[in-house]
Design a protein around this ligand. Sequence first.
Ligand code: PLP
Length: 385
Amino acid sequence: MRSTERKTLIDRLRKRYARQLVSEGGDPSIANNIFDENALTLGFARRFATYKRPDLLLFDSERLVRLLSDPQRPVQLILAGIAHPQDFPGQALIKKWKDFIRRPEVRSRVVFLNDYDMMLAQHMVHGIDLWLNTPRRPWEACGTSGMKVLVNGGLNLSELDGWWAEAYSPEVGWAIGDGKEHGDDPACDRTEAEAVYAALENEAIPEFYERNEKGLPLKWLGRVRESMARLTSEFSATRAIREYTENHYLPAAASYRERMDGDSSLGVSLLQWQQEIVWHWSTVRFGPLEIKTHDGQHFFQVEVSPGALSKDQLTVELYADPAQGGEPVHEVMTAAESSADSHGVIIYSAKVPAIRPASDYTARVIPRHPNASVPLEAGQILWQR
Ligand SMILES: *Cc1c(COP(=O)(O)O)cnc(C)c1O
């Protein structure tokens, strides 16, 4: 399947490239003699925005030339992409590739296709063996194109950013970067460029060309199987749309109907609640906070004066940032029943296991309404300091 898809892609590539040569005033017959249907085919296609570092592969262009022109284990590269008309640095990166492609040693192994669009993307993801993505962390929100190769049996070599930070494991492909942010430090570009070359030279290329007696690259196919089995169902539009629908669209539609029912009484009361929160939020006050630690627990007690708002309109909670990789802590504090007398001050308390320092926790007040979505509909927040 992989070989058939690659052949189809290269066939389409030659035709498309011939048209492109004509439009650029070149000789279309050149397109017949480019690319090898059996060679490892890399793909890189996306918007040419600087944070995506589309020139990372060119960091050591001599090393790239050596990779591409290896007569025993040739590698070829299809590039496509567009830059915004006002994005001059992005356009300069396209030019950098076009200049590189003019070198005679690589002319038959690298092509830059103009006018990247969904049709071209579809043709590419069908036939590419290895999809590259080299953005600068933490700017890649997703990196959708890498997911498009999955179902076609393509593999990924990517920065640990966007979806690949979630999806990568050594059995399914290759990763570069240490998962940390380094700004635009040129030393980091060098390290990561070298990691791309090393992954290609030491693993991807040898695995693609190591064939058994039936001509099958078993290690490569092992990765294809793992990648398809583990990732296709997880990183798919089907899952995304189902989760949006179940977790967001349907609850939002149900809640809309609830708010409309009976002359919109709930809708009206929510609006009033919102206005009261806006008007009176600045009258909410924190009093002193007390922390005691015993029996393996931190006990927090804090005074809150709701001002012109009522106790029911507020949630008091302890907040702590996530402990390595986890979720943030929201521990709701409970109001003492008997405390609503002295000048409207209410005493709230909560306990948490003393596995983290008490100083990790901060008390805060946020708006509350049983039917409202907070903070979406009321983003106020008051921190105890
Ligand atoms: C998938 C796709 C993109 C997005 O790709 P990224 O990897 O997220 O940058 C952009 N343009 C086209 C035409 C696409 O098909």
